[in-house]
Design a protein around this ligand. Structure first.
Ligand code: 5GP
Ligand code: MN
Length: 348
């Protein structure tokens, strides 16, 4: 079944709206799950939905595997988010007692691996709203459209279909805005559909302060984070011009030297992409005995496939993540090696 129709300024979704409305109406407890290393879209969409559902006096819990970065902590409701890493038993209870489970902004079970057994045993109605390709999550209602800018935008259109947006207020609109703004790099990518700006226009009509939101997210870094960025660009940036590739690697000692806090390396992966000619950019970060890998591309080089093939990851065509269990230096050797296989795609 074709679940959506997109014209210039409206996204129409086809799913069993009456059933969803009824199940939500009768639900006592609802649990919203999003992915590990949550970004602005994960937090923004989860909290927009949280505030909406709270309007009907439902018990609502937002559950995430690990902490969100500091620069997202100001978003209204963030202090109510439950972190699995902190208390897994409580997270399991929230999932077990839920009559409805929402899965927002992730496409694969591994992104909520800590609670996936509890989720799979649950008899709740499972609603999956996401814009990552190739979802493999079991759900009863799946609203998955890759062409949409962000999960927050897709959630907006879903809520419109359900006739829930009458409840919109400044707080809810702020949460939606954070999701769309951050997932589009401030409207610089995945933001060529008019429908995205129709949503933004509606959010502005709800008195959000978009300049303040921008400032709180992008002009809110610590001194140490700024110094770490400078160090990475100056000392740790490598360029492979013949493959139009550039990458940055950071080891655990360096993170410690700059007093690393969760989220400090957010956005670093985008810098190499602004080098003339570079189409593929990677950030390797040694964290928690793993190497976390962030990948970005311009054009049609599919970093989600690259990451799935070599680094146990996935994501979008132009933005993906992954990891390696090898040491940082061995990971870099492997990366340089496998990169050669892509010479036909990456070289001019
Ligand atoms: P980031 O580099 O910002 O961590 O992630 C970029 C994109 O890839 C996001 O859409 C994120 O959800 C996705 N992503 C990050 N890490 C993983 C991973 O390990 N597996 C999968 N499937 N997707 C990931
Ligand atoms: Mn997203």
């Amino acid at each position: 079944m074709n679940i959506h129709f997109m014209n210039n300024n409206q996204l129409t979704l086809h799913f069993d709206k009456a059933m969803v409305r009824e199940r939500i109406k009768n639900a006592r407890s609802i649990c919203i799950l999003s992915h590990r290393n949550p970004d602005g879209d994960a937090i923004g969409s989860a909290l927009a939905l949280y505030h909406l559902l709270k309007k009907w006096n439902k018990k609502v819990n937002v559950v995430l595997p690990n902490f969100y970065p500091d620069f997202l902590g100001w978003i209204p409701g963030a202090n109510h988010i439950h972190i699995i890493e902190k208390d897994k038993k409580r997270a399991d209870e929230f999932i077990n007692e839920a009559d409805v489970l929402f899965f927002l902004d992730f496409n694969t079970e591994s992104r909520i691996s800590e609670v996936i057994d509890t989720v799979n045993k649950s008899k709740a109605l499972k609603i999956h709203i996401d814009h990552h390709p190739h979802p493999d999550i079991k759900s009863d209602v799946m609203i998955n459209i890759t062409a949409v800018s962000s999960t927050a935008e897709l959630l907006y259109w879903t809520c419109l279909e359900l006739d829930w947006l009458k409840e919109m207020d400044t707080i809810i609109a702020t949460c939606f805005y954070v999701g769309i703004m951050t997932d589009t790099g401030c409207f610089s990518h995945n933001a060529s559909a008019r429908s995205t700006f129709v949503v933004i226009s509606e959010l502005l009509a709800n008195n959000i302060d978009n300049e303040d939101i921008y400032y709180k997210i992008y002009n809110n870094y610590s001194f140490n984070r700024m110094k770490l960025l400078g160090y990475c660009l100056n000392e740790k940036l490598e360029h492979i011009p013949e493959l139009n590739t550039a990458f940055i690697s950071i080891n655990a000692e360096e993170l410690e030297r700059f007093n690393y806090q969760v989220g400090d390396t957010e956005g670093f992966v985008n810098y190499p992409l602004s080098i003339q000619g570079v189409r593929f950019s990677v950030l390797f970060t040694e964290k928690d005995n793993l190497v976390k890998i962030s990948l970005r591309s311009k054009g049609d080089f599919a970093v989600n496939k690259f990451s799935a093939t070599h680094f146990n990851g996935g994501g979008h065509m132009n933005a993906a993540g992954g990891s390696s269990k090898l040491s940082l230096s061995d990971t870099l050797v492997q990366f340089r090696e496998v990169l050669k296989e892509y010479a036909h795609e990456l070289s001019d």
